[in-house]
Write a protein that binds this ligand. Structure first.
Ligand code: GLN
Length: 493
């Protein structure tokens, strides 16, 4: 059905001209979720009744001439955002029975803007992963197929969100990004995703993984759709002391900016060995596209890039080990009884957490323990500030940076599974921007030799998402990426 292919921009126009009602749109999406979710496992929980109610309310508001900005747009919400009275699992067994009594700030803003929530999207357990394989609710899969037909991962941790948006069973989605979890799955599924500046969106009500890195952001099928969503999701929140008290710019207008004269840096250190030749080629194509629109290209150096992954895999587990200490069988979710309190804690945590989460808790506890704190955690924090300094120095001369999003296209379910370090390499291009807290966006730009989507990443200065949107929109126009995943609503397989 055509309407399932619409962008949010097209949908809002169709709703405003009464070409379609929010309820019709919701019904089409609910049906599409029903037929495709058994294949994709993109949703952990579906909420069709809630979606119908919200769609009806959007139609009533529109008829009264009082439709808020997003009235009637069907979205998927990553199951890391607390939804009031809707089960919220974080992809973990330990939160299996958890029904939050409150709504996260970001999703609350989307609801106030009239969004229709189709359900809670699958993710790696506590957002720890790059493949969605660590979800306790089974892996979400990628709607794209490789020439050999094997099942591919959608990337992670926001894999369910990316899969749903690419397969046209949701128009947009929320994601969270701690080290790449919006950008990498967006790249793997051929959609757009932006991690805004740390502090741009409130973290209140988002289940914490690594608090100094976690950021919410939108995922959608166009740069402008992401701009619309991010504008609604952003803003200061007194309930999150790290949210920034800054006015939210008009991101949508930034998408139409002329980029002539903008300065684009190409970081030398992102030319890693073993990168697929198609990715190298696509990066070059991106450079040419921007030049044609009048941007100036400069080589820049971010000398501490090579420490990005080691620093991330010390800092993120350290913070995770502390954040996840709250799951003790007393206050939240699941409990396994024991002879005494300690045994109850141990059994609850042994049964409730999956292998990857346990690995991170152990690494994190180790690097924070007496005798190792200085050698690992403190050292990592120092190197983190050098990484930040690299970006600051680069941004003294250029407005944005252009890099690939990932070192490879989507891989098969089961690949890279035996060695966690190989899995961690996925994040090599996304982690530095997370450590520095700067905004970064992935735009689909082409296909690899096996027909899979590849993304380019645009990184900007702190709180300068506007330049990121301007450059990303220029890349989107030039790349004219129209390829579609094989598995999608409305397509006959
Ligand atoms: N893949 C990274 C990790 O496993 C990033 C995850 C994320 O951004 N949430 O930590």
């Amino acid at each position: 059905m055509k309407m399932l292919d619409w962008t949010i921009v097209e949908t809002l126009a169709a709703l405003d001209s009464a070409k379609v009602s929010a309820l019709e749109l919701a019904e089409a999406h609910i049906a599409a979720v029903g037929s495709l979710n058994p294949h994709l496992n993109a949703f952990i929980t579906i909420t069709p009744e809630i979606a119908r109610k919200q769609a009806h309310a959007a139609d009533v508001a529109r008829r009264a001439g009082a439709a808020p900005a997003l009235a009637g747009v069907p979205l998927a919400i990553k199951d890391l955002f607390c939804s009031e009275n809707v089960r919220t699992t974080a992809g973990s067994k330990i939160l299996g029975p958890f029904i939050p009594p409150y709504e996260s700030t970001v999703t609350g803003k989307l609801l106030s803007a009239g969004a229709v929530v189709l359900g809670k999207a699958n993710l790696d357990e506590f957002a720890m992963g790059s493949s969605n394989i660590t979800s306790a609710y089974g892996p979400a899969t990628n709607p794209w197929k490789r020439d050999d037909g094997v099942k591919l991962v959608p990337g992670g941790s926001s894999g369910g969100s990316a899969s749903a948006v690419a397969a046209r069973i949701a128009m947009g989605a929320t994601g969270t990004d701690t080290g790449g979890s919006i950008r990498q799955p967006a790249s793997f599924c051929g959609i757009v995703g932006i991690k805004p500046t740390y502090g741009r969106c409130s973290r209140f009500g988002i289940i914490a993984f690594a608090s100094s890195l976690d950021q919410a952001g939108p995922m959608a099928r166009s740069v402008e759709d992401c701009a619309i969503l991010l504008e609604i999701m952003s803003g200061f929140d007194p309930k999150d002391s790290t949210s920034a008290d800054r006015t939210v710019p008009n991101f949508r207008a930034a998408c139409g900016r002329n980029i002539a004269g903008m300065r684009v840096g190409i970081p030398l250190e992102y030319r890693v060995s073993g990168m697929a030749p198609e990715i190298e080629k696509l990066w070059q194509a991106g450079i040419e596209w921007l030049k044609q629109e009048g941007a100036e290209i400069f080589d820049v150096s971010l000398p501490h890039t090579k420490y990005g992954l080691p620093v991330y895999y010390i800092v993120a587990p350290a913070e995770a080990s502390s954040n996840l200490a709250r799951y003790d069988g007393v206050r939240f979710g699941a409990r396994v009884e024991g002879e005494d309190l300690i045994e109850m804690y141990e059994r609850t945590r042994a049964a409730g957490f999956g292998a990857e989460v346990k690995r991170r808790i152990m690494i994190g506890t180790y690097v924070l323990s007496e005798g190792y704190y200085d050698a690992y955690y403190l050292k990592a924090q120092k190197v983190r500030s050098l990484i930040l300094r690299d970006f600051r120095e680069a941004f003294a001369n250029v407005d944005v940076l252009l890099t690939p999003t990932t070192p490879s296209a989507a891989f098969a379910v089961g690949e890279k599974m035996d060695d966690p370090v190989t899995m961690y390499l996925n994040d090599v291009f996304t982690v530095p921007a997370s450590l520095a807290g700067v905004p970064a966006m992935s735009v689909p730009a082409g296909l690899d030799a096996r027909g899979l989507p590849l993304g380019l990443q645009v990184i900007g200065r702190h709180f300068d998402e506007e330049s990121v949107f301007a450059i990303a929109a220029a890349l989107e126009r030039a790349a004219d990426f129209r390829s579609l995943p094989q598995l999608r609503a409305g397509a006959t397989p």
